[in-house]
Ligand binder design. Sequence first.
Ligand code: NAP
Length: 245
Amino acid sequence: MDYIAPNNLLVNKTILITGAGDGIGKALAIKCASLGANVILLGKTVKKLESVYDQIEALNRQSAAILPVDLKGATEEHYRDLADTVEHEFGKLDALVHNASQLGVLSPFKQVESKMWEEVMQVNLNAPFLLTKYLIPVLEKAEHASVIFTTSGVGNKGRAYWGPYSVSKFATEGMMQVVADEYEESSLRFNAINPGATKTAMRASAFPAEDTRLLKTPEQVLDTYLYLLGDESVGITGQRFNAQS
Ligand SMILES: NC(=O)c1ccc[n+]([C@@H]2O[C@H](COP(=O)([O-])OP(=O)(O)OC[C@H]3O[C@@H](n4cnc5c(N)ncnc54)[C@H](OP(=O)(O)O)[C@@H]3O)[C@@H](O)[C@H]2O)c1
């Protein structure tokens, strides 16, 4: 999608982004802050989050907040407390971007280890479920709120050897459709984005031998995210977007 975001697109908006320390989440966090948003950086490696935080502070536009959470180990209690903290600190949440994911190990289906299957489901599916569930009341405090799930090219078409990751993305799209339908008449909108092939650590671990010069950078795939975060997309819900078409 080609979308030109106005400079003040996200002024007065508070946006929580998971996996904000690297890859697409990092690029999106910095871009959102440059467009005026308060950004809550959720991720597991504090050092990476601190580096993004410093880059946002250097913009002199908005400050950011760091929320260190390992989505693999977080319990329901953590998500309840996290939602209380966000409500207490910010009063409302205008957008939630479920970006963090784990690829797991690409392998033939019969060699998939159940522990790895469970970890991928925990990070890619159960964490967005619990975050969404506990943050809905905080999202409802905003005039309009946008929730973005992240899917993949293997999120609506299965592919050999992509077992748990692919299945987690199918389920993510299903979850997005369920909540979008439930909240159709509300101030909340729910959509999913497939960023497409993007030059990140995850892409490199899936395709270690490819020529990365042909790949888009994270900064080049953000337009669809910005469109869905801004008020021009109010009323758009339940849809799946390809960021690179
Ligand atoms: N890149 C692509 O070509 C592509 C294509 C289709 C879909 N996607 C999707 O786009 C999204 C972003 O991917 P990316 O390519 O930017 O990946 P990435 O560079 O590997 O970044 C993933 C982010 O998620 C965080 N994360 C992973 N496990 C976590 C956990 N247990 N708890 C908290 N945070 C965790 C990572 O934190 P740490 O750095 O601290 O580990 C990192 O910040 C994912 O949902 C992915 O499935 C990517």
